[in-house]
Design a protein around this ligand. Structure first.
Ligand code: APR
Length: 253
């Protein structure tokens, strides 16, 4: 448990490293959206809304039962239409203004809330609930959160559509992942927010930042609890990101 005094000291330390950082990279996970009402993953016993993860979030599951997978994703899409960004998302959008294109936000989240909050330089390394990908022609389309039924077809080639989400056992989209690695390697501060840091390769951005292009980056962790990232963190801000991040932004002014 962090006392208020310890949190204040860590906030001050975070402000000091951020003030001299030329490049900043942020890695976010499900925790940043928890206060918006989006459930996190690892507190659900391997079940996602009652379904086994491998049934609804793997290429094999999609081959076996595409209708079930679409039912699951349509429900998540509908949920995404009902949630809104929280003060943590807005604080990160505000931070970006200080560094402009020297600030990169890498997110594992597929809910689109960072973009909705106004963040611009966002890399959605696990895809987006709003995007579909055609298994025929490969075209990725932003379909927003409109209902898509349980066997949607490509409007161009009538091929089968799948959610444009990175599932278990799949690689990350090349260009987006390379950009994320570059941003982590070149940053002076890596802010790791609301992730258990157990899913790879996303979590490898932490050691990549620590290796550093010029100097090892300072790693700041923002989370409710210590995680697999904590041993690599120089500064730990433990509490809800919707409370901590606005405090950080306020002190950076
Ligand atoms: N503020 C900050 N952190 C929080 C909050 C909060 N309000 N609520 C929860 N957390 C933290 C938890 O302590 C936990 O460390 O958020 C983290 C959520 O961890 P996970 O559920 O494992 O989510 P994430 O790290 O994003 O998972 C990574 O796993 O299943 C895949 O593709 C999926 O992108 C996802 C990836």
């Amino acid at each position: 448990m962090t006392t208020q005094g310890e949190l204040d000291d860590q906030l001050e330390a975070a402000v000091q490293v951020l003030k001299i950082a030329e490049r900043v990279c942020v890695l976010t996970g499900a925790g940043v959206s928890a206060e918006s009402g989006v459930p996190t993953f690892r507190d659900s016993n391997g079940l996602w809304e009652g379904h086994r993860v491998e049934d609804v979030a793997s290429p094999e599951g999609f081959e076996r039962n595409p209708a079930l997978v679409w039912k699951f994703y349509n429900a998540r899409r509908e949920n995404a239409s009902r949630v809104t960004p929280n003060p943590g998302h807005y604080a990160l959008a505000e931070m970006e203004k200080r560094w402009g294109d020297r600030f990169t936000l890498v997110t594992q989240n597929v809910d689109g809330l960072h973009l909705e909050a106004g963040s611009e330089n966002v890399l959605e390394i696990h895809g987006s609930l709003r995007h579909t990908r055609c298994l025929g022609c490969g075209v990725v389309t932003n379909r927003g959160v409109e209902p898509l039924g349980d066997a949607p077809q490509c409007p161009q080639c009538h091929g089968r559509l799948r959610p444009d989400i990175v599932w278990f056992g799949e690689g990350l989209p090349d260009g987006i992942w390379s950009a994320a690695m570059q941003a982590a390697y070149e940053c002076h501060v890596l802010l790791v927010v609301g992730t258990s840091a157990v899913v790879y390769p996303a979590a490898s951005l932490i050691p990549i930042a620590k290796r550093g292009a010029v100097t090892p980056a300072k790693v700041i962790e923002v989370n409710m609890t210590r995680t697999d990232a904590s041993d690599n963190a120089d500064i730990g801000l433990y509490g809800p990101s919707g409370v901590i991040l606005p405090k950080l932004v306020e002190r950076l002014k």
